[in-house]
Design a protein around this ligand. Sequence first.
Ligand code: MG
Length: 158
Amino acid sequence: MIRVGIGYDSHRFGPGRPLVLGGVTIPYTLGLIGHSDADAVSHALTDAILGAAAMGDIGRLFPDTDPAYADADSIPLLIEAHRRVQEGGWTLQQCDITVITQAPKLAPHVPAMQACLAEALGVTEGAVSLKAKTNEGMGFIGRGEGIAVMAVATLRPR
Ligand code: MG
């Protein structure tokens, strides 16, 4: 039996913040605004993994009203969510992530993001797929106002 989970996240770009995606700080003039480090890749992936186990979502586990998560590194939150899913009797098989942003170009950073996420999840880099694309200039993403991320994860029983 295989279980599939889907995750989505979006954050607005703003000045004076680092751009952190998949646990990697990416050089850019703008960062993402959020209660935590606003790592939309980690957030979407966390939701996909939790979703496959029907164990809620990142906002339920780590409420953004909790000061403990102000500017929090999202990788430990991903690790904790994954730990709970494992405790629930599931093993992560693979995940696939699509980042949609007009800028910056993410292709040079994809291997580092994959390596960081694979290490956090204790899986091989081949189990973490990450792709980046633009939105062809359309909408809020096309205007460079924000970023969106979609993720899918599959679990099998332990
Ligand atoms: Mg988020």
